[in-house]
Design a protein around this ligand. Structure first.
Ligand code: NOJ
Ligand code: CA
Length: 705
């Protein structure tokens, strides 16, 4: 062999080695379809980094991964790849209750182990799971000699986006998710402009960051949404925004009390950082990525919780008709009033009653600095006979839903948990609504920090031991843990209906829910409390109103998913209204759900089949623009006739000018029917589809005839 060749081979080897120092060849993992692809590599400084492509197009450019610690050097560059493993999974699992009975969990996994090359040799694994509808990745720290108890000062996970996407975002608030979503390019996101909202009892926005889920649309028409899955014993993640480079970087919620972000002991793993990808907006809603990244059910049979519609001694307080506290002289939670609601629920196929303001302490609820020890969750006001209300409810087939307002004093609640849940168990009450209004005591903790994440988890795990399901208000965001803890049934964690009763900024605008469906709802069930018929809130709130039509209020039972759905208005505003029939009929637990159309912030139509029946329900909502939407009923089983009842906006309906103008039409349909839904500005349409009876077949005409 001539010398020259030998020499050039040697030179090539050196070159390859040099290249290697710069950027090692990437590891790859693709989704089952092959469209979504992740490359994992070490950058020029030896820092783990990843890229994401979809159909060959770059969605996330080189984004580095790492950590900062207190009293220890950061984990950033100087790492080597020391191991890798690939695997796949394709399974189907069943939700005890949910939007869908069977969920397919199909992904390819890549686990790469990185280790520092210097003497500390600290190590972690990055695990990517790539699905057809998105991906998740997390850090896993195994036991090791030079990393034991760590104080995390920040996690530096980057998402280097490749364009100035249109975003539906809300500020990275460490204390509350009750902000409106905003529509803006990444370059225009300004979280600081959202500081100081007059209606928030707590709010802290320290960075130009966004809360998740944050949803985006690229110039190519792809839809992306970033969030997290399986958040345990770790702070919630916000994403800090660089308006110029479109770089999003994890910014964990901290503790000002402890001056840190998280305290951990190895071994541990972080929550999954998630990115949903869809070619149409509806695909984001149909995705089960967040749930799939959670562990299977740890509770086994939870049939003691049954999805339900419920009414509440609740809206009347928000309207100011009555009050939570007894000293006001307008106490809402009286035995007599509870009976009135139970009678109404029993007559209208509604299985639950929430009673707020039932326990002593509400005189010291809002505005008090020292809120420790105010509520004990077992002592009713003297005009409320708890046991009698439970008994009367049982007689009528209406189950009580407990209420625990902690007034953001979680230590008081922690001390009371067993006593409070034991009382519920004794009375056979299986659901509680919790609340955390105000700044967290102790000072310096925030609703979304590690300390509170652990509190919320303790509550849900303790509740499970007493067969209690939890609906948390002012919660930590949902990250799909209902798969593992199916007694975490619903949450607020958004600007709910209540803002329409008292917000000083005009309430929730018509585009609010058409955004929520593609943002907050991707995280999990929402206790939005729909069904307000008295849209203008007369005579109680002359300066406030609901900014939708009545038909949209009906559609929300289908569009906004929750296994507990409130009929939030006062019984007197439902009386004699034929639209109430939809609330009586509509299901709350679903065999399957299909998004028929939608655009983020504009409109969305969803059809759901009730579990255990062959009934279908459809809901469609729009923003401030009227629309005609063509809808095919091809989700219905072929060859079967259905009696459809359509609750639609009337010809001149309008969220502000004529909101209670609606029509009810009945006709026969089948899987070949193509309909046109006409939605008014701020409007909606709701439709029940029940298998046609002999009588229906005789008396009803086909759609359009
Ligand atoms: C805030 C909750 O969101 C609301 O539903 C509840 O009525 C009040 N807190 C009182 O607990
Ligand atoms: Ca709230």
């Amino acid at each position: 062999m001539p010398r020259k060749t030998t020499f050039s081979l040697f030179a090539l080897a050196i070159l390859a080695f040099a290249a290697c120092r710069q950027e090692q060849p990437a590891l790859e993992v693709s989704s089952p379809s092959g469209k979504l692809k992740v490359e994992l590599l070490l950058d020029g400084k030896g820092q783990p980094a990843y890229l994401v492509t979809y159909d060959g197009k770059l969605l996330v450019d080189t984004s580095t991964l790492g950590f900062e610690f207190k009293d220890a050097s950061p984990l950033a560059g100087g790492m080597e790849l020391t191991g890798q493993a690939s695997s796949s999974k394709n399974e189907t699992w069943e939700m005890p209750w949910g939007e869908q009975r069977e969920v397919v969990n199909h992904y390819n996994e890549l686990a790469a182990t990185f280790q520092e090359s210097d003497e500390l040799k600290r190590t972690y694994r990055i695990v990517f799971r790539v699905y057809d509808d998105g991906l998740g990745f997390r850090y896993e720290f195994p036991e090791q000699p030079n990393l034991k108890d760590v104080i995390i000062m920040d996690e530096n996970t980057q998402f280097q986006l490749t364009g100035d996407h249109t975003c539906w975002w809300q500020p990275g608030d460490w204390d509350i998710y009750e902000h409106l979503y905003n529509t803006a390019r990444i370059s225009d996101i300004d979280a600081f402009s959202k500081r100081g909202h007059p209606n928030l009892a707590q709010s802290f926005i320290p960075e130009n960051a966004v809360n998740t889920p944050v949803t985006m649309k690229t110039a190519d028409g792809l839809y992306l949404s970033f969030h997290e899955a399986a958040l345990y014993d770790y702070p919630g993640m916000t994403l800090k925004v660089d308006n110029n480079t479109f770089l999003l970087q994890s910014e964990l919620v901290g503790s000002d009390r402890l001056k840190l972000k998280a305290e951990k002991t190895v071994p541990f793993e972080t929550p999954w950082r998630t990115m949903q990808v869809s070619e149409n907006a509806g695909g984001l809603i149909e995705s089960h990525l967040i749930l799939n990244l959670n562990e299977p059910n740890k509770l086994g049979d939870v049939s003691w919780f049954q999805p339900t519609k419920y009414v509440g001694i609740w809206w009347e307080m928000h309207l100011g008709k009555s009050s939570w506290d007894m000293a006001s002289g307008r106490h809402g939670a009286t035995t007599e009033n509870a009976r009135r609601y139970i009678d109404f629920a029993a007559a209208n196929n509604i299985g639950g009653l929430l009673v707020e303001g039932w326990n002593t302490g509400w005189e010291h609820w809002i505005g008090f600095e020292d809120r420790e020890g105010v509520f004990d969750f077992v002592t009713p006001y003297p005009d409320y006979d708890l046991e009698e209300v439970v008994r009367y409810g049982k007689e009528k087939g209406v189950a009580l839903i407990m209420h625990h307002e902690t007034s953001a004093a979680p230590r008081t609640y922690d001390q009371q948990l067993d006593t409070a849940f034991a009382l519920m168990q004794k009375l056979g009450i299986h659901a509680v609504k919790t609340g955390y209004v105000g700044k967290i005591i102790p000072k310096g903790e925030y609703h979304h920090g590690q300390w509170m994440v652990n509190h919320y988890q303790r509550v849900v795990e303790t509740a499970a031991r007493y067969q209690v399901a939890v609906n948390a208000h002012e919660p930590i965001k949902d990250t799909g843990i209902r798969r593992t803890w199916p007694n975490f049934i619903s949450r607020e964690g958004l600007r709910g209906q209540e803002f329409n009763a008292w917000a000083t900024d005009g309430g929730n605008p018509p585009e609010h829910l058409p955004i929520i469906a593609f943002t907050r709802m991707l995280a999990g069930p929402i206790d939005y409390t729909p069904g307000i018929f008295n849209i203008k809130l007369d005579p109680y709130k002359p300066d406030n109103q609901v900014n939708t039509t009545l038909a949209q209020q009906l559609a929300l039972y289908v569009v906004i998913y929750s296994p507990i759905q409130m009929a939030a208005d006062l019984p007197e505003f439902y009386d004699n209204n034929p639209a109430l029939q939809f609330i009586r009929d509509v299901g709350v637990n679903w065999e399957t759900s299909k998004v028929l159309n939608g655009e983020v912030g504009d409109f969305v139509t969803i059809a759901r089949q009730e579990r255990g029946t062959d009934k279908w329900f459809l809901g469609s909502i729009t923003d401030e623009n009227s629309r005609n939407l063509a809808v095919k009923l091809d989700f219905l089983p072929a060859g079967k006739k259905y009696a459809a009842t359509l609750y639609a906006d009337g010809a001149d309906a309008h969220w502000n000018d004529d909101p209670v103008n609606f029509t009810i039409q009945k006709f026969l349909v089948d899987s070949a029917t193509e309909m046109e839904l006409r939605l008014a500005p701020g409007g909606g349409a709701a439709m029940s589809l029940l298998p046609a009876t002999e009588e229906d077949l005789q008396s009803l005409k086909a759609y359009g005839e």
